[in-house]
Design a protein around this ligand. Structure first.
Ligand code: ADP
Ligand code: MG
Length: 224
């Protein structure tokens, strides 16, 4: 479970304080599929980055499975990013010169799993429908395929939480639908999915829709 309390992120812009997050309180239960939506600049990515320990809040707290993220040691932060959460970004961030297989194996190697990883990597590739492309270089794939590799990379360590920031933002509608189907399947398999999107149709696939504006949560509705 994710518990967010009084979360603020302040930037000093010129002489004024600007709050990208301005007091966010949110609880996300295990197995939920939450879409975080809202206009550009409303703080969605900042919130997701704080959840992923890619950004540090100014005040407030985030507790994941009982652990306060601000109290983690560097080693625990590394383990959290490697095993607890899987991140998916709008721009995929694959190693373009690496094969699909090597991209998906990377988190395992970084986490010290240097043995035979083929069953884990192949299972992750199968989950995104890319078993046949393992040997191809990332740069030879379409955008939709690259995002599926990025999802395979995010799930290869079997994290409980998938954090996706505009995962369909660079994709056409057919590929977006493929990605949304994969995220829905991961949710059905028991993962907790938190997806940032400004697309109402994509948000409508989630089971809960949280809307942000000016760094605050303005609506929070079940979508069953
Ligand atoms: P969203 O993902 O909803 O579009 P973001 O979380 O990326 O919004 O950004 C929220 C606000 O914080 C935006 O107004 C953005 O300009 C501002 N912001 C983000 N990073 C910085 C920074 N390093 N310095 C100043 N303002 C920033
Ligand atoms: Mg954003």
């Amino acid at each position: 479970m994710i518990s967010i309390k009084g979360l603020k992120k302040k930037y000093v812009v010129g002489k004024a304080d600007f709050f990208a997050l301005d007091g966010v309180d949110l609880e996300i239960g295990d197995g939920e599929f939450v879409a975080i939506t809202g206009k550009s600049g409303s703080g969605k990515s900042t919130l997701l980055n704080v959840l992923g320990t890619l950004d540090v809040p100014t005040s407030g707290s985030v507790t994941v499975d009982g652990a306060d993220l601000s109290a983690l040691t560097p080693k625990q932060v590394a383990a959290y990013r490697n095993k607890t959460v899987g991140f998916v970004f709008q721009s995929f961030y694959l190693e373009q010169g690496y094969s699909v297989y090597d991209n998906v194996e990377l988190p395992l190697l970084l986490g010290g799993q240097t043995g035979d990883n083929s069953s884990k990597v192949n299972a992750a590739l199968e989950a995104v429908g890319l078993s046949g492309k393992a040997a191809e270089k990332a740069l030879s794939l379409s955008g939709g395929e690259q995002q599926r590799v990025a999802i395979a990379r995010a799930i290869v360590n079997d994290p409980d939480y998938i954090l996706a920031d505009e995962p369909c933002g660079n994709l056409d509608s057919v590929n977006s639908n493929n990605i949304m189907n994969i995220l829905c399947r991961l949710h059905e398999s028991g993962k907790t999915v938190v997806m940032v999107t400004h697309d109402a149709e994509d948000a409508a696939r989630a089971s809960r829709i949280v809307t942000m504006s000016d760094g605050k949560v303005i609506t929070d509705e079940k979508n069953l």
